[in-house]
Design a binder for this molecule. Structure first.
Ligand SMILES: C[S@@+](CC[C@H](N)C(=O)[O-])C[C@H]1O[C@@H](n2cnc3c(N)ncnc32)[C@H](O)[C@@H]1O
Length: 283
């Protein structure tokens, strides 16, 4: 006899509870239309956990003082889609920006370290692409140290990012010069895969960080911040607070890059518009 599913379907009230929790904890604004998505992404937790309802599951999430259950919920809700060299234009631009900076002796004197932040790094493709381009752009300037910070709210994605392993058949977006220089053949659980070189992995610090945090506790500022394809999930107010916190972390002359479907048009900020999706701190 087939197993009987004892779980009650998601009610409008439970959906509202999830929507409010997700908004409060991550800034992700599900709105009123994402019931199907919530059902598809959280249903397995509710069923596999043996809960009789979404409410019962949420009670457990909210009672868990370790925060682990909440991380699992947010991991499941957030969209982590990404790929190497996504929105290639930004990586061409990064190479040009760094190339321009390193030619300027005054910039070099003031910048023993070049610091770049990938602020919603997901499974790592973005910081890995940054590492390849920035390392290549600094080849003639080994005196400049390169440091990349990669953060995301999802611990699961960060773990994947740290391993930096890729299917060789899915490297189509990676320019051959970077593929040849920075990706190495490895045997991963019996399957031939490619891995970002140990040298480049060593340039990246991975950390779990929620962009909703009231303060950004970074010791140093950044020369470039990639905050791409995450603001689309936030409402205007949340975007504005975030952009202003990021602007406060940029060195004068530093750049903020946002996703190609995002815009800062409707929000108040102090950054200079350079071109679509590219902003700069004055100075
Ligand atoms: C679509 S991915 C973007 C990846 C990459 N930046 C890119 O453009 O390809 C969005 C990422 O934002 C992360 N995210 C969502 N809300 C967040 C928050 N409040 N703080 C930090 N990261 C968040 C998700 O976990 C997800 O990995």
């Amino acid at each position: 006899m087939p197993a009987i599913d004892e779980t009650r379907d998601l009610t409008a009230k439970e959906y509202a509870r999830i929507r409010d929790l997700v908004y409060a904890e991550s800034g992700i604004n599900l709105g009123d239309q994402k019931m199907q998505l919530v059902r598809a992404r959280l249903g397995k937790f509710v069923r596999n956990g043996g809960f009789s309802s979404y409410d019962a599951y949420l009670d457990t999430v909210q009672a868990d003082s370790t925060g682990e259950q909440l991380c699992g919920l947010l991991d499941a809700i957030s969209t982590n889609t990404t790929h190497l060299f996504r929105e290639m234009h930004h990586f061409d631009l990064l190479g040009k920006i760094i190339g321009g900076w390193v030619q300027d002796p005054r910039w070099r004197a003031a910048h023993p370290t070049l610091r770049i932040w990938s602020a919603a790094s997901s499974s790592g493709e973005e910081p890995h692409s940054i590492a390849m381009v920035a390392h290549d752009s600094l080849r003639a300037h080994s005196e400049i140290e390169l440091k990349i910070l990669a953060t995301d709210i999802s611990g699961k994605m960060l773990k994947r990012a740290q391993i930096a392993i890729y299917d060789p058949h899915r490297l189509g977006t990676t320019p051959p010069q970077y593929r040849n220089r920075y990706l190495c053949k490895v045997d991963h659980q019996g399957t031939p895969m490619m891995q970002l070189s140990a040298e480049l992995r060593g340039l990246i610090t991975f950390a779990r960080f929620n962009l909703m945090n009231a303060s950004f506790p970074f010791r140093h500022g950044f020369d470039v911040v990639f905050c791409r394809n995450v603001m689309i999930y936030f409402d205007r107010q949340t975007q504005e607070a975030l952009v202003n916190k990021i602007a406060g972390q940029l060195h004068p002359g530093g750049y903020l890059l946002i996703g190609h479907s995002e815009s800062l048009n409707r929000i108040d900020h102090s950054l200079e518009y350079v071109e679509p999706t590219v902003y700069r701190r004055k100075g």
